[in-house]
Design a binder for this molecule. Sequence first.
Ligand code: PEP
Length: 257
Amino acid sequence: AVARTPLIAGNWKMNLDHLQAVAFVQKLHWTLKDAAHEDGSVEVAVFPPFTDIRTVQTLIDADKISFALGAQDISSHDSGAYTGEISGAFLSKLSCGYVIIGHSERREYHAESDEVVAAKVQAALRHGVVPVICVGETAEDLEKFGASAVPAGQLEVALSGVAADAEIVVAYEPVWAIGSGQAATPQQAQDVCAKLREVIASKMGADAAAKTRVLYGGSVKSANIASFMREPDVDGALVGGASLVADEFAAIIRFQK
Ligand code: PEP
């Protein structure tokens, strides 16, 4: 079996200005000193707002902090007359290794369709930024179609035209579990993550499916992270609210199976 390095990713959403970001990253770094991620056994990534990225990048470089950096969105275009948009070229210049694409808040409040998500995935890959592709069903979808049909369908479209050797990350985030305090059960997360791995296999091949990290997201905290990480197809977590509290995010990163 392929060993997949767990990824613990903190999505700050629209929180922490650039000064608060400095204080937070320093606190997290010092809290984690000598922790598991220092030896590379867990990868940590932070996803600040665009206006913090340069500041956080400078801090990471200056202090040799071992966090990966990501953005929360990307334009599907590379440059030009797209007021307010951010190109993947800019993200890769700022050493953003990752970009969240298709978060349910963008699908809901910015009407991002599966096709827009797919175009953004292509943009990220063109610029060497690893897309963290978010999929998940609403409470209504869950009732009508069960847990896996909607996320599997979203992922199929997102992976159209993605090469077999492309590096991607997939995040299963049931919409009803995001920010609600009501996480999925580890078994629910496992079932859907396993289904998503099958979709990766069908679109990109067996090697890609074995290598690709599939995360769970939705009300993850230090008290439940271990139960998710024990599941064979859950390779990490995308964390919202709990990623904003340094002690709590550090405890999530230090999960013990
Ligand atoms: C998210 O929005 O990606 C998320 C998982 O949020 P929370 O952890 O707050 O549920």
